[in-house]
Design a protein around this ligand. Structure first.
Ligand code: SAH
Length: 347
């Protein structure tokens, strides 16, 4: 609930409105894990709350910490027994959390482990927030950036996503700047256009992965539904309405989309967007036969883009020793949990 909704709720329980603000701060600023922790609320009120409402808390089922860069992967358990994963990364500009938006995914991208078993269900706004809250509480370090780039297609869970963003950036909660929040989509056109009208100033990232519809269709089934002629103008509408520079994600797969010719075509496609290209050497998953482009191919690809005046960065690989690619940890856990990386039991 947003604060105004919570105020109505608390008043209906016979409490004064300022109690709502206290409760809200306990949940969203102090990331309390239960009503019991909220010691300046009366015992009677806490009991009434526990009777009238559920409290969503994620259980840490497993946590892996990279020995290379300190990246942490969390496997969280939901109330209904499903598991999701989230990632904590340390950067120079601050700590970043990558959150999942769904249990599984139904978009079917060929290189992605999250979609292999399809969609189980949407996550609630509370379950999305909790990923950030539990990670901040367990690391004891402030989270300043959030990317919705975990498992799931955020725009396939639109209302919950928007509520999540409003609560996450609310000044009475963690108050994470909308400018430090990124939503990544495979390109659902109606939702991109609707998102442009929400009055939010988050960064929109489009998963492009190909310079034309033909190659894109071989990697992403969504390309059969929306062509680039529809997706790119929708993204431009987002840029024009919000002023937020677009990010284009491009996962490089050896021999599939990483040639010089494709770099040239991509440069031509994006020249007028003023967007930024994020190159991601594909993270091979066991179930598919995709190979990572070698370092030279990645650098050559990048320099073609730069020669055409685009800005492009190669995404630094983090947590490679702990199964960095989308959905890999959850997948191996569900398959019987073979051990990857350095397992750390949380206190
Ligand atoms: N559904 C959203 C968010 C998902 S994941 C989207 O499609 O954008 C975030 C990014 O990681 C997407 O660009 C996705 O295509 C990419 N990705 C998924 N699996 C990958 C892998 N194994 N290697 C490289 N990139 C991957």
């Amino acid at each position: 609930m947003e604060l105004s909704e919570l105020t109505d709720f608390v008043e209906a329980l016979g409490e004064k409105p300022f109690r709502a603000r206290q409760l809200y701060r306990w949940m969203h600023a102090k990331t309390a894990a239960s009503f019991e922790e909220m010691t300046d609320l009366s015992q009677a009120f806490r009991e009434r709350l526990a009777e009238a409402a559920g409290y969503t808390v994620l259980k840490t089922v497993k946590m892996l910490e990279s020995g290379i860069d300190g990246t942490r992967k969390y496997l969280f358990g939901l109330e209904d027994g499903n598991v999701i994963e989230s990632v904590f990364m340390r950067y120079h500009h601050g700590n970043s959390v990558c959150v999942s938006s769904q249990v599984g995914c139904r978009m079917g991208c060929k290189f992605c482990a999250s979609t292999l078993d399809g969609l189980t269900r949407n996550l609630t706004p509370a379950e999305m927030l909790e990923q950030v809250y539990r990670i901040q509480a367990s690391t004891g370090e402030r989270v300043s950036n959030v990317v919705v780039m975990g498992s799931g297609e955020p725009f396939d869970n639109y209302e919950n996503l928007v509520r999540f963003i409003r609560l996450l950036s609310d000044e009475n909660g963690l108050h994470i700047s909308q400018r430090n929040i990124t939503v990544s989509t495979c390109g659902l056109v109606p939702q991109i256009r609707r998102f442009a009208g929400e009055g939010l100033s988050v960064t929109l990232a489009l998963s492009l992965h190909a310079p034309d519809d033909e190659v894109r269709k071989t990697l992403m089934p969504v390309a059969n539904r929306y062509s680039l002629k529809e997706v790119l103008p929708a993204c431009m509408e987002y840029y024009e309405k919000t002023g937020r520079r677009l990010t284009f994600e491009y996962s490089l797969v050896a021999g599939v989309n990483d040639s010089r010719r494709e770099a040239e075509r991509l440069a031509r496609l994006l020249k007028h967007t003023r967007g930024h290209v994020n190159l991601i050497p594909v993270n091979p998953i066991r179930e598919r036969n995709f190979k990572q482009s070698d370092r030279e191919a990645v650098e050559a690809f990048r320099s073609v883009l730069e020669n055409h005046g685009l800005t492009a960065t190669v995404r630094r690989e983090m947590g490679r020793d702990i199964g960095g690619a989308c959905g890999q940890l959850r997948k191996s856990y569900l398959a019987g949990g073979e051990k990857e990386g350095n397992e750390v039991e949380e206190a």
